[in-house]
Design a protein around this ligand. Structure first.
Ligand code: ATP
Ligand code: ZN
Length: 321
């Protein structure tokens, strides 16, 4: 058998990055809740962890039962043409993940195997495919809505759920590279989106209170890239476009965004040509639930043993089974 190849020189995360200490991550790994892979932010999950994720997902479904949301599920990826049109590369090129595949013949395959054996760069023959990781659960939904024609007068609400990829390797277990996001996405008039968002800030807060987790709501901005991005982020704040529900998880004095409440105004409507019922440009907004972060919050505050969680919290999560 060949020896495993050493880490490639061109890899973005160095070996040194993989090592390092984070008390919460190390405790979660020791307890078997997260299974490390050797890459920052890429974990396996235990049965207990998934038990909580599934209960949270079901709780979000119950909370949104009156919305008559249309359920749409996509794989954790979207088409490259749709991704290009979404302008994600304008705002967040640093977070994007594209899928590449081997596109050579037998000769090139021999080269790849040789490179692997020598620990050299083998990626020369990996070419971009038409598949790009979804950066948020709502991204594959907009083109689908645009193709449907003008919205009905009451607008639409879509229920989406997906693993999402963001290239933000970190020792902090609440900042993963692949994580699950549940979303309700609202399409309609500015008034409909604003009302939807206020309603969900309230419902989201109620949900976290029922789970007995410390929380606060704050104005936020997305991590727009570069110098121009700072200006976009400031304007996003000035216009009150993004709020987050924050929970202390990784440390007591650092708050982690677990839910986000976004008003995109006509950004996606213009990009995708989504029309309101009166043929004006539709406005959109979404509420996003980070299922791993919420699960980690519960383990952090109620302990690593679910059997010892407060009965009131277990009733909220599993009382409806
Ligand atoms: P942050 O400010 O911490 O980078 P965000 O506000 O950019 O997060 P959103 O883009 O609003 O996150 O995504 C919606 C939800 O997805 C967040 O509220 C969070 O719960 C979850 N989320 C975002 N990034 C990550 C990540 N790297 N790991 C785990 N969950 C994440
Ligand atoms: Zn969204």
């Amino acid at each position: 058998m060949n020896q495993p190849a050493p880490i490639q020189k061109q890899a973005i995360e160095s070996v040194a990055d993989i090592a390092g200490v984070n008390p919460l991550r190390d405790a979660l790994v020791d307890a078997g809740l997260l299974i490390p892979t050797g890459v920052q932010g890429l974990f396996g999950r235990s049965g207990e962890f998934e038990h909580v994720v599934e209960a949270l997902d079901a709780l979000i479904t119950r909370l949104g039962a009156d919305q008559q949301a249309e359920v749409l599920r996509f794989p954790p990826a979207m088409s490259r043409p749709d991704f290009e049109r979404s302008e994600y590369l304008k705002g967040f090129p640093q977070l994007a993940g594209t899928v590449h595949s081997f596109c050579g013949g037998e000769h090139e395959q021999q080269r790849v195997l040789q490179c692997l054996e020598r620990g050299e760069d083998w990626t020369e023959y990996q070419k971009p495919t038409y598949v790009v990781f979804a950066p948020a659960a709502c991204y594959p939904v907009y083109p689908v809505m645009a193709r449907r024609g003008a919205l009905p007068e009451e607008g639409r609400i879509v229920d989406a759920f997906s693993y999402c990829f963001r290239h933000e390797p970190s020792l902090d277990p609440t900042r993963m590279q692949l994580f699950r996001m549940r979303e309700y996405i609202r399409f309609g008039t500015p008034e409909q989106i604003q009302a939807f968002r206020s309603e969900w800030i309230e419902r989201g807060t109620r949900m976290i209170e029922m789970l007995e987790l410390p929380n606060s709501i704050d104005l936020a901005n997305d991590p727009f890239f570069g110098r121009g991005g700072k200006i976009v982020a400031r304007s996003q704040r000035e216009q009150n476009l993004k709020f987050e529900l924050l929970i202390p998880i990784e440390s007591d004095d650092r708050l982690t965004a677990c839910l986000s409440f976004n008003y995109h105004m006509d950004h996606f409507g213009l990009l995708w040509g989504i029309k309101a019922s009166d043929e004006s440009v539709a406005h959109t907004g979404c509420v996003g639930f980070g299922l791993e972060r919420l699960t980690l919050g519960l383990f952090r505050h109620h302990g690593f043993d679910i059997a010892k969680w407060p009965k009131t919290v277990c009733d909220v999560l599993w009382g409806h089974a």
